[in-house]
Design a protein. Structure first.
Length: 95
């Protein structure tokens, strides 16, 4: 077993209910700190008054766009070519 967050999460929550897993994620301080650090690295400064937000990635024509609920506009992240899988290309952006 590795020491990654996902390995630890899987080990600690193997028998947990979905609600218990959600509580674990909602209360994990290190996850929140990591999230906030990553959110601040974006191309547009996030709104300071956002409490909860979403982030998703969509494909529009030949581009991958990031939609972040704390930002005022979509962010063009990467080009995507025909035959490429959106999920795989997004995983390269968010790693």
């Amino acid at each position: 077993m590795n020491d990654s967050f996902l390995d630890l999460f899987s080990e600690l929550n193997a028998k947990a209910t979905p609600d218990e897993r959600a509580d674990y994620l909602n209360n994990d301080v290190k996850l929140e700190e990591t999230h906030q650090a990553a959110a601040m690295q974006g191309e547009t400064k996030p709104s300071e008054d956002a409490v909860c937000h979403f982030v998703t990635y969509v494909q529009k024509e030949n581009w991958i766009w990031e939609l972040d609920g704390r930002l005022k506009a979509p962010v063009k992240k990467a080009e995507i070519k025909e035959g490429q899988h959106l999920g795989i290309e997004v995983s390269k952006i968010i790693r």
